[in-house]
Design a protein around this ligand. Sequence first.
Ligand code: GUN
Length: 299
Amino acid sequence: MTNPTFRKIDGKAIAAEIRAEIAQKVAARLEKGLSRPGLATVLVGENPASEVYVRMKRKACAEVGIESFGHHLPEDASQNQVESLVAELNADPRVNGILVQLPLPGHLDEEKVLQTISIEKDVDGFHPINIGRLAQKGREPLFVPCTPYGCMVLLERAGAQIEGANAVVLGRSNIVGMPAALLLIERNATVTVCHSRTRNLPEVVRRADILIAAVGRPEMVRGDWVKPGAYVIDVGINRVEDPTRKRGYRLVGDVAYEEVKEVARAATPVPGGVGPMTIAMLLQNTLRAAEIADANENL
Ligand code: GUN
């Protein structure tokens, strides 16, 4: 180890702390006679990764005392079927949050489905009104998308100075890159968003005091792309073949962690970095949705 100041950002441990706080708050609600928070998950089709994610989310709900309602529609479900299900869940008072797992099968109109979700139940923060508010000064979304929200919490807990920092976001997806850039702007970072057409990518990345990598390319960010002392958040979860593993593959991020830890001040590992935080923030958003429902009931 040639970089004695490096620190791993332990998303697994931080997410466990957050889940414990949520479990306590759920228990306190029940003691006060308030409702048990509920999350509905909607999975369409047979995408194996999506099935794993939904299962993990429902298991995490059970562990903190949030009720989950799983809905699984066939691959050939119609637009109308999906929207009708979402409408039913909007009307169900036991359901505080609605999560439609993405990506949806190609024949479905994702934007229309997401628009159907009541904004008070949009715990993923993907409704155009929530995203629109995130993009505007002085406006606040009801919910912030879980993965970028988790990235911000990790940066804060790692002690990164966000205000005034040069932040680079690699990737401009609706789910991670774009909302992450908006959150960093809100916190007064100077933000550059890079993508597949960016010229001199390593040079741009080398200016980053804070780097969020979310492109889905295994270990693309090398050690010599990283500014000494930078904070690096790796959102990538990529399978690479590995015959030495029983299952035939291992998971790596978008960042070459072993190289980057020789240069950076702090970085998240994969797995055990951003992944568990996404789920913890979903639980937090669901608890918040229950609190919003209580407040609306008392209006
Ligand atoms: N697909 C990949 N990430 C997410 C997420 O955070 N929420 C949903 N609903 N789908 C996803």
